[in-house]
Ligand binder design. Sequence first.
Ligand SMILES: [Ca+2]
Length: 284
Amino acid sequence: MIFLKTKTKGSILKNIFLFVFLLSLLSCEENQLLELDKEDTDTTIWFEVKNHINEQEYQDAIDDLARISNNFKFDRSRIIDHASAYAGLCGLDLLALVTESGGIGAVTITQFFMSIFDDASSTKLDACNTAISLLETHASDDPSLRTEDENIATMAILMAQIGNSLNVSLDQNNDGVVDIGHNDLCTTTPVTDLMAAEFGANLAKLFQTAANLSVVALLGDVKNQIDQGCAALSGGLNFCSKTDPTSFTATEIQGVRSLLQEGQIFGVGSCTGSPNSLVNCICL
Ligand SMILES: [Ca+2]
């Protein structure tokens, strides 16, 4: 059992490296654009925006974006780079993702996301939500209608969103340990019903995006883990097809809460059932 788990995590690590490599290719385009025109045009300011992003000066990039026309900066051909300024502000640091993924060890995926995006804040979470919204609005909110590159970017940002969201809700003193006890996730404190529905919707988006990646089985292991969880959620508890948080039923919200608190497949492990598997951690 332990061997199987280690093998799965190794595969996750391989996929993360592959994804970082692909995303690095995306971010290196257009760097040859020279500053030939000294006037501030959309093109010259965009060049500055990309320089700021490359230098991880994300707020400067966002400030410069405000000076660019909507037609230019919301053009689909630029929306990944545009969104990456907000993703960076949200803490999506690809280098750190590579470095820290070596420590994934025997943790679940949500625990891994929490450890990567441990310096979370509501400001960062807002930036992540903006990045996702940019891609959904100006590329598509349907993964099957997005390009491979757009889906890779969406997945990376959703990972950051989920990691930040969990940290903001469950580790408010930022010490890397969840602040909640057994079955606390089954109540509306600290995670309200709306927050649970939003978390579930983002998980559903993550899996649906993963399902539409044809070239890379990116996060296939994550998807497999959640598929196990979804399959184990009986009847109305299964929320895995819902991407609109306002459409979640009370029972589906209980499904999200249950999956969040278990510690064997996907969740943070705050449930102390023995073992703390989904079947032993269903919120009643
Ligand atoms: Ca804590």
